[in-house]
Write a protein that binds this ligand. Structure first.
Ligand code: SIN
Ligand code: FE
Length: 300
């Protein structure tokens, strides 16, 4: 399978023909990365100061939360904080409007979540294997159960020195899932109730979320898998953008510095072909529903 699907001549204010929209939708849901050559995100001169990793607190990126119109992850205060918020919010609203046009099929079901500015180098950060995003993985967050909702991300490399961002992209999700399924431990119901009760997790961790976390860890922990699995190295040039379902595409960020990222979530039911989702794929392998309880508890 081709890992990249290029969408040509896209500016942020582009309108897309129905055939381009359909190509993009099918490619994304099939687990490919949409690549937008030349889709740069210009900064104003005075905003270049935010490309310095010194703006970060302990976090690996500065983030913008659209629900609260607030920023985090930064040591900036006062006027600096206000300007930084304007910048990340501009990326966030630009990204939303762009994907709403390209992925019109999803309509309002495509929900804007947090955005981030990543001014630090992707490579050479010493950290635990679990947090090491230079290892192939699918995205899954310990404190934020999705109950099967999709995680879609739009990235833009804004490196001012022409440095590409380098990713490795691995095998299709179904292959990853089938390979690791036999070694993933089953979820403990009581344990997940306790995590939710003590608010370690925001809401109940569904069996789906349990398995996605286990899968994320099993992939990263397996050094031989990292070396030998079918994979491709992709260099995203400075001044380009790309998007993928990060819960589905096996990816690793190997090198590069300075990028924006906008996260979206989507209920599986809003997909054109929900069967390609990690939820439905894992359910086929497990032979049972993996997010039922989560749905009920969210509704109630
Ligand atoms: C990741 O989601 O693993 C990191 C992607 C990046 O920062 O390029
Ligand atoms: Fe990731």
């Amino acid at each position: 399978m081709e890992r990249l699907q290029t969408i040509e001549f896209a500016g942020w204010d582009a309108t897309f023909s129905s055939s381009v929209r359909q190509t993009a939708l099918e490619a994304l849901e099939a687990g490919r990365v949409l690549y937008f050559p030349g889709l740069s995100f210009p900064l104003e001169d005075h905003e270049n100061r935010f490309l310095d990793p010194a703006i970060l607190d302990q976090s690996k990126n500065a983030s913008y939360n659209p629900a609260k119109d607030s920023i985090g992850g930064t040591v900036c205060t006062d006027g600096d904080a206000a300007d930084l918020k304007v910048l990340i919010r501009r990326y966030s609203t630009t990204a939303q409007s762009f994907l709403n046009r390209l992925l019109a099929h999803y309509g309002p079901a495509l929900k804007r979540e947090r955005a981030s500015l990543r001014p630090a180098k992707a490579e050479g950060r010493v950290q635990s294997w679990r947090k090491d995003d230079t290892r192939l993985h699918v995205d899954s967050f310990p404190s934020k159960p999705t109950g099967g909702r999709r995680i879609l991300r739009l990235f833009c490399n804004v490196n001012p020195n022409g440095r590409p961002r380098t990713w490795r992209v691995g095998e299709p999700f179904e292959d990853v899932a089938k390979r690791f399924w036999p070694e993933l431990p089953a979820p403990g119901y009581i344990n997940r109730q306790i995590l939710s009760l003590f608010r370690v997790t925001k809401g109940f961790r569904s069996a789906y979320d349990h398995y996605m976390l286990q899968l994320h860890d099993a992939m990263k922990a397996d050094e031989e898998y990292q070396r030998t699995v079918s994979q491709e190295t992709i260099h995203f040039p400075a001044g380009s953008a790309w998007a993928c379902y990060a819960d589905q595409v096996s990816h690793a960020a190997m090198a590069g510095q300075h990028q924006f990222e906008q996260t979206f979530s989507l209920p599986v039911e809003a997909m054109e072909n929900a069967e390609t989702s990690p939820l439905r794929t894992l359910e086929r392998i497990a032979g049972r529903a993996l997010a039922e309880h989560h749905r009920l508890s969210q509704a109630g």
